[in-house]
Design a protein around this ligand. Structure first.
Ligand code: NAD
Length: 260
């Protein structure tokens, strides 16, 4: 379905981004991977995806907290005659602290990576999409783009912000073949969440398994984690012709979290 399309998935060396990259590649999309990690491991990942799905896969190591690196990444892609058809703004970080104890530099970092990077990448991707009158922008927000939790001021602000950005980009391109939508996952068991489970176990004296169940049950009525593969398939749907008129939504996939 996506043969001949090029997808840039930010933060695709791990977790949700990798799940989304795999699902898009399974549909034939070529990939630009991005994210941090060990160089040899990333190269194995890149080569593995290319051979498993018979696609072209490249890697861009841009640090998305630096706007100039985002511009340079798009310039390198353009220089090899390629254009991004599908942009998945997924890279993200977390910091947990009450507002009065929140380190200002962590606030800046969370806003830069979870919100501003999506603006910069979208700004860079749109002109070529507009020229071809086709494009898909999928922003990975969060249940925290719709509701709040304590101790996550920067994350909740960034995720509410990206839901707003999604709506504006959708409206500005409403009469084109470019759609922009947000996905709002509940808990997904990735390294980002494992850190929170480990901290919870350390603080409460629970085992890691007990802390994991407590964390997911507290917010998510299904008591089950969402998986990167499920998020990949939802992204594939948003890239399909069936989703041509899905524009500017914030789509919850959260085991019932925000239905409460
Ligand atoms: P993760 O830690 O497994 O992956 C994050 C990815 O972002 C990694 O590839 C990392 O290298 C990359 N990254 C981090 N900082 C970067 C930077 N400055 N420049 C480039 N890449 C950078 O986390 P995840 O859980 O897969 O999270 C992915 C997205 O999903 C985030 O936006 C997160 O907020 C969102 N999300 C996660 C959950 C969850 O429960 N895990 C729930 C809702 C939303």
């Amino acid at each position: 379905m996506l043969k001949g399309r090029l997808a840039l998935v930010t933060g695709s060396t791990s977790g949700i981004g990798l799940g989304i990259a795999r699902a898009l590649a399974r549909q034939g999309a070529d990939l630009v991977l991005n994210g941090f990690g060990d160089a040899a491991q990333i190269e194995r990942l890149r080569a593995g995806l290319a051979s498993e799905f018979g696609i072209e896969a490249s890697y861009e190591g841009a640090d998305l907290s630096r706007p100039a690196e985002i511009d340079a990444m798009f310039a390198r892609i353009a220089a090899r005659g390629a254009t991004v058809d599908i942009l998945v703004n997924n890279a993200g970080i977390q910091h947990v602290a009450r507002v009065e104890q929140f380190p200002p530099e962590r606030w800046d970092a969370v806003i830069a990576i979870n919100l501003s990077a999506a603006f910069h990448a979208t700004r860079c991707a749109l002109p070529a999409m507009q020229q071809r009158n086709w494009g898909r922008i999928v922003n990975i927000a969060s249940a925290h783009g719709l509701v709040a939790s304590v101790e996550k001021a920067a994350y909740v602000a960034a995720k509410h912000g990206i839901v707003g950005l999604t709506k504006v980009v959708a409206l500005e391109n409403a009469r084109t073949g470019i759609t922009c939508n947000a996905i709002c996952p509940g808990w997904v068991l990735t390294p980002l969440v494992q850190k929170q489970i480990d901290a919870r176990a350390a603080q409460s004296g629970q085992t890691v398994e007990q802390a994991k169940l407590a964390l997911v049950s507290e917010k998510q009525p299904s008591q089950e984690f969402v998986t990167p593969a499920q998020l990949g398939e939802l992204t594939v749907f948003l890239c399909s012709p069936a989703a041509d008129q899905v524009r500017g939504v914030a789509w919850a996939i959260d085991g019932g979290w925000t239905a409460q």
